[in-house]
Every structure is written in C-alpha cells, then in structure tokens.
Write a protein that binds this ligand. Structure first.
Ligand code: ZN
Length: 496
C-alpha cells in the first residue's frame, strides 16, 4: 500500500458516489416533478447509472486495490476498509442481476402508485413477486449464517440478525400490549380534535419551514418539496433535500413529517466534510439514521417544553383555531395513542406494531413461507391480532408503503430500531445535559445539535451502529428505555 493506491481508491469512490448522486437526483425528480408518462425512460436512465457505478466498484482495478488493502492486515484506515466492504458486497452480485433489479424497481414503483390509486393489490403483485425473486437471488449470493433474511437486514443495519431482533421485538410487542391495556379506560383524558380544525396548507408549509430552520436545517444546502410519501435524499453533504405532504384536516402530517425528515437531514449535513464524495459520507445504518429523525420528532418536538416555545409561533399563523390552546393541551393532542391503519401517521406506541407486522411478512416472504397473493389476507389478520382493526382496502393495508416497490426488504425493522436507539440516546443526553428540557422550552437547539454532531453525525459510516451505541450510551440494544419513555409519556398524557 502506498499513497498512489490510496489516491486511486479515493478516485474510484468519488466516481461511484457521483454516479450514485446523479441517480438520486433522477429518483428525487421522479417523486417530485417528473411527468407521469416518463416512468419507463426514467427507469432506463437510473438503471444505466446504477450499472456504471457497479462496474467501477467491481472492475479489475478495484479488485486489485481491495486485495492491496486486505494485505495491510487490519492496518488500513476505516475509509479504506469501507471501500473493501462495499467492493466485496458489490462483487458478489453479477452485473446482469444489478441491472435487472434496478429496472424492476423503477417499474414496480410506477405499478405501486397505480395499484395504490386504484386500491388494487393485484396490479402490484407480479412486480412484488419479481422483486422478491431477485432479492432471494441476492441474499443467496451475499450469504448468511442462519436466516436468509439476515443477508438483507445486514444491508440496512450492519450486524443485525433475526436471532437478535426476535427477542427484542417480542419484549416490545408485549410491553406495547400492556401499555395499550393501561390506557384503554382513560382514553377520554386526551383529545386531538383540534388538529383537524382546518389549517391552510400554505401556512402549514411555511410554519414547517420555520421550525426546520430553527432546528438547524440549512436551506442554503437543501430544499423542501411535496411528494406522496415524505423522504430525505442526499446528493452531497452540501445538498440534502427533504419532502413532505400536507393535509388541511391534519395539522400533524406536514409538520411532523418535516421535523422527521429534518432529523435525517441534520445527520447528513453534519457529516465531516473531509468525507465528501467517499463511502463514509452517509449514515452508518438506517437504524441510526432513523434514531436521528425520531429524536427530533419525538424526544424534542413532541414534548410540552417544545410547545411552550413553539405554540405562540403556531398561534400567530392560526389565531382563530388555536385561540384557547395551551402548551399542555397541545402536548396532549399531539401525543394521543390510537390504533390506526397508516404506519406513517401512527403514534409512537402503536407504530412499532406496524413494523413488527411488516417484519414478520418480509421474513416469511423471503424465506418462501408466505405467498405474495396471500399478503393482503395475512396483513389484515395480523392487524386485527395486533391492534384490533382490519383495513377496508389495500391502499390503507399492504399498499400503503413505498418500500417494497423499491425492493427495500430488510428496511422496515430500522424504524423500530431507530425508536429504541433514540430512547437510549435521549437518556444519555439528559444525563450529560441536565437542563436540556429548559433549553427546548426556550427554543434553543444548538447545544443538542452540536452534541449529536460530535457524538454521532460527524463520523458518517466510519463507525458501525453497534460501536456508536456502545460508545455513546455504554450499553447494547434494549427495548427497555423506549418502553419506560412511552409509559412515562402515556401516564402524563392520559393522567393514568
Ligand atoms: Zn425516517
């Protein structure tokens, strides 16, 4: 290994990252402004860029450079190790499979939109089957020790396995059921009807932008647009974009969507710039990423302290609707717990049941234990078992999420992992910054952002999730912090 080798590796990383960024721009455009009829052409364009990136990463030169780094016997920097990791993973997939998958994903996304619009799962079913077949092929090529699904989990949460998730998710599901039982006799103690009082969409978007900026989102290096499903996408550390959706009769959707995506964006905008255009310039895992969005959405913005500061600003936009509103009443309104159909609109407590449901379905689909055609039926049965409700059509059931249409099997567990990590991180922050709630009540968020940046954001992918959680909290993954946190909150909201 010499300087020349390292420069060559960085050059390849730059090319691969640039191609990935260009592909992401096309993907962002597809969701925001692209005309409906351009779907097939766009699928070809994205597939071409993804194939080129794959070719660079798996070329003979890359293969030789990866071997050089391996020859350093662990002496390599974390950045060079990331190159080897990504090279090895990409090299396991033949180019034809990558191209076929990319194209199938783009077509599936178009079919999913149509199917959801028509509330008809059968329009999406053949595309879902195709993607599952391709993902099974990929999982077999990646390899795994015990469960085929582990190979896909590892793509989103390095090191995570079914064996680790099962007991933690079980503890969480049991704790959730207990909590729902505790709340049931006291449901009348919290009321959220004010949130559907009718709120002008433009004003909602303007207020959401105001909050995002206050939390530290940099609009010089990002922008906010409208999409069917909110997301955050990164083209560079200096260009991190967020999207949201807005409904007149639900004040939560746009606002908390923006705060959530802002949390993702702050992570990406907070990565050390020395990692720009390298494989380190990314969140270390989807679970840690989600912990950052949920941290801002739930630990910060769903507190009474936050609304002590923010309510006057919101009331200034909606004086009629919020004339008699108090921070405490608003805190209660935005924290009601109620089983519902749509994951992204679900409260903090029932949300995890939506994830555990998807986790079970995915695990069984990938292991060939569940047929695609049976998904809507099993979905409805599990929803009934978990939350006591049955979706009336596919649009509010198995078609509600975009993830399967882009082949994101293994992704869903990250959302719940994010909740568990966020609760662990919050406990630690409160220990180190005892006046954090007071800061929030004054609308001061800089110290929190700096703490997160120093402890988590700056590292990008150079530290693995398990390493980060251990270093920051001194502990390993547990559902206990989260269960304690939601029980305390529910006690407060429902006066238990
Ligand atoms: Zn998220």
């Amino acid at each position: 290994m010499n300087n020349q080798t390292e420069l060559q590796i960085i050059g390849i990383m730059n090319t691969v990252k640039d191609l990935g960024a260009a592909s992401a721009v096309l993907g962002w455009d597809q969701e925001t402004y692209m005309p409906d009829g351009a779907g097939e052409a766009r699928a070809e364009q994205i597939a071409t860029l993804d194939t080129l990136a794959h070719q660079h990463l798996t070329s003979d030169i890359s293969k030789k450079l990866a071997a050089d780094v391996r020859g350093m016997n662990g002496e390599a920097t974390s950045l060079l190790k990331l190159f080897v990791k990504d090279h090895d993973r990409a090299a396991k997939l033949p180019e034809e499979l990558v191209r076929e998958t990319s194209k199938a994903q783009s077509l599936a996304q178009e079919a999913w939109k149509r199917a959801k619009g028509e509330k008809n799962f059968s329009i999406f079913a053949p595309h879902l089957q195709k993607l599952i077949d391709l993902k099974i092929q990929a999982a077999e090529l990646y390899g795994y020790e015990k469960d085929r699904y582990d190979a896909l989990l590892d793509l989103f949460e390095p090191g995570m396995t079914v064996a680790q998730l099962d007991p933690v998710f079980k503890e969480l599901a049991d704790g959730t059921r207990d909590l729902l039982k505790r709340i049931e006799p006291n449901l009348k103690n919290a009321d959220n009807s004010i949130l559907s009082a009718g709120f002008d969409k433009e004003k909602q978007i303007e207020f959401s932008r105001f909050i995002a900026e206050k939390l530290g989102y940099d609009f010089n290096h990002g922008r906010l647009d409208l999409t069917a499903h909110p997301f955050c996408t990164t083209f560079a550390i200096t260009d991190v974009r967020i999207t949201t959706r807005v409904f007149e009769n639900d004040l939560r959707s746009c606002l908390f969507g923006v705060i959530h995506e802002t949390g993702h964006a702050l992570y990406e905008q907070g990565i050390d710039k020395k990692y720009a255009r390298t494989f380190a310039a990314d969140g270390t895992s989807m679970g840690i990423h989600e912990s950052q969005s949920l941290f801002w959405e739930n630990m910060v913005a769903r507190t009474e302290e936050f609304w002590t500061w923010a309510l006057p600003h919101l009331r200034a936009r909606f004086p009629e609707q919020l004339r008699d509103m108090t921070p405490r009443a608003f805190f209660k309104a935005i924290n009601t717990i109620q089983p519902s159909f749509i994951r992204v609109e679900a409260d903090e407590v029932t949300y995890n049941m939506h994830i555990i449901l998807r986790y079970h379905l995915e695990r069984d689909l990938i292991n060939g234990r569940l047929k695609v055609e049976d998904v809507p039926k099993v979905w409805a049965e599990t929803m009934q078992e978990f939350l006591g409700i049955t979706p009336e059509n596919d649009a509010v059931g198995s078609l509600q999420d975009v993830h399967w249409s882009f082949g994101g099997f293994g992704y869903f567990p990250s959302y719940t992992l994010g909740k568990l990590y966020a609760a662990m991180i919050w406990n630690q922050l409160e220990k180190e910054m005892p006046d954090v709630r007071e800061q929030i009540s004054k609308g001061e968020f800089l110290n929190i952002r700096v703490w997160l940046r120093e402890n988590i954001h700056q590292y990008g992918r150079t530290q693995e999730p398990i390493e980060i959680i251990k270093r920051v909290t001194g502990r390993t993954l547990t559902a206990r912090d989260f269960l304690e946190y939601v029980n305390t909150k529910a006690t407060n909201v429902y006066e238990l």
